[in-house]
Design a protein around this ligand. Structure first.
Ligand code: NAD
Ligand code: MG
Length: 399
């Protein structure tokens, strides 16, 4: 029997992490879980350690790591428990794991994901924030260390599947590609009257019509900041200038994105909206694996609709395009301000419509650095969080 491929899952207790484990369980003859990680969810990671028997478990929070170590010891499970950012970076680079699923949410995912690239892994990239914050650095690390970068974000995975097979050695022009068409559902508020948007609640924002996801990305999908982050992600992944990336609203979420060629052909990737498809694709690439996802029945699909995005309804999408145009650390500032604003909205400290205001004010007040080094990225990320935090704290009171 062939040696099983070792897999590390960064963020295993989240939505993507759980879907990844589901696919891996279906193919236990081919893959073995080497390391699992979580932020503070001791019970969740403990249960995963019992069922997946990893060699390592990491809790980003040190107290949580201590609790997990005790529980595994009592249960007689020989799992090495590590803590903190150092532990995350260590399991991202273990020699026994050839594949690393990067599924931590937010800026916290950048360093461990970068560590996986620097260790030359097959990186299954769900953490789009890593590319938004540090696109040039991250892509350079992938090239320098011979890592394989496979997109998990459903849109980018779809584009990857629709590009020419030898695309990595080409560019859009040489491949005959005219445009990349990123689809987005428009989220739960696509048709909500604009005057009702200030009063929508976190639970309403997280009730996505087609996808089940973590709360941060669910709010981003409602504001379409998620699509804005994905435009930046596509720019770096596919070396695509912004004018060659178009966003199309497609409420049914069955076409996951498209590639338009110079000859007028458009290739699309379709499937039920279930992240196990891109996860299985990236695990098996260039082959295919069963994912557990239900197959499409075209005779029952109903109409597929398409619309242009409305920037008055989705100002965050416009802000993301302008941060990409501004370049340098502007996308990192956009991302940090958005993380702070989304958390404040989830904590009911600001209104839904103030998320865009926080991001816009922060971009106005924090000048971006032209050069992307980790030091400038983290300095501007911190400054953006501070400025966003000030706006949130001093939020104009409501009459
Ligand atoms: P989630 O909130 O469900 O899970 C996040 C995971 O990261 C959890 O395991 C959590 O413990 C861990 N985590 C959170 N904060 C951390 C910290 N500070 N340090 C270390 N670990 C931390 O999120 P999700 O929906 O699974 O999304 C994960 C990533 O994948 C995000 O970047 C998201 O944009 C991207 N993504 C998700 C989906 C989806 O369908 N859920 C689709 C496309 C892309
Ligand atoms: Mg996506």
């Amino acid at each position: 029997m062939n040696e099983r491929i070792g897999v590390t899952i960064l963020g295993s207790t989240g939505s993507i992490g759980v879907s990844t484990l589901d696919v891996l369980r279906r193919h236990a003859d081919r893959f073995r879980v080497v390391a699992l990680t979580a932020h503070r969810d001791v019970e969740g990671l403990f249960q995963q350690c019992l069922s997946c028997e990893p060699d390592y478990a990491v809790m980003a929070d040190a107290d949580a790591a201590e609790q997990l170590r005790d529980r595994l010891w009592v249960a007689g499970r020989p799992v090495e428990v590590l803590a903190g950012p150092g532990g995350l970076e260590r399991v991202a680079a273990l020699p026994e794991a050839a594949y690393v699923m990067a599924a931590i949410v937010g800026a916290a995912g950048l360093l461990p994901t970068l560590a996986a690239a620097q260790a030359g892994k097959r990186v299954l990239l769900a953490n789009k924030e890593a590319l938004v914050m540090a696109g040039p650095l991250f892509m350079a690390a992938v090239r320098a260390h011979g890592a394989e970068l496979l997109p998990i974000d459903s849109e980018h995975n779809a584009v990857f599947q629709c590009l020419p097979p030898d695309f990595a050695a080409q560019n859009l022009e040489a491949g005959g590609v005219r445009r990349i068409l990123l689809t987005g559902s428009g989220g739960p508020f696509r048709t909500t009257p604009l005057e009702q948007l200030p009063d929508v609640t976190p639970d309403q924002a997280c009730a996505h019509p087609n996808w089940r996801m973590g709360r941060k990305i669910s709010v981003d999908s409602a504001t379409m900041m998620n699509k804005g982050l994905e435009v930046i992600e596509a720019h770096w992944l596919f070396a695509a200038p912004p004018e060659r990336i178009e966003v199309v609203i497609h409420p049914q979420s069955l076409i996951h994105s498209m590639v338009e060629y110079e000859d007028g052909s458009v290739l699309a990737q379709l499937g039920n909206p279930d992240m196990r498809t891109p996860i299985a694709h990236a695990l098996a690439w260039p082959h295919r694996l069963a994912s557990g996802v239900a197959f499409l029945d075209f005779t029952r699909l109903g109409p597929l609709e398409f619309q242009a995005p409305d920037y008055a309804r989705f100002p965050c999408l416009r802000l993301a395009f302008s941060a990409l145009d501004a370049g340098g650390t502007a996308p990192a500032i956009l991302n940090a301000a958005n993380e702070a604003a989304v958390q404040a909205f989830l904590d009911q400290r600001i209104r839904y419509t103030e998320i865009a205001t926080v991001v816009e004010r922060t971009l106005e007040r924090v000048p971006p650095h032209g050069v992307n080094t980790l030091a400038t990225i983290f300095a501007d990320d911190a400054q953006a969080r501070a400025v966003a935090g000030e706006w949130i704290a001093a939020r104009p009171s409501e009459g």
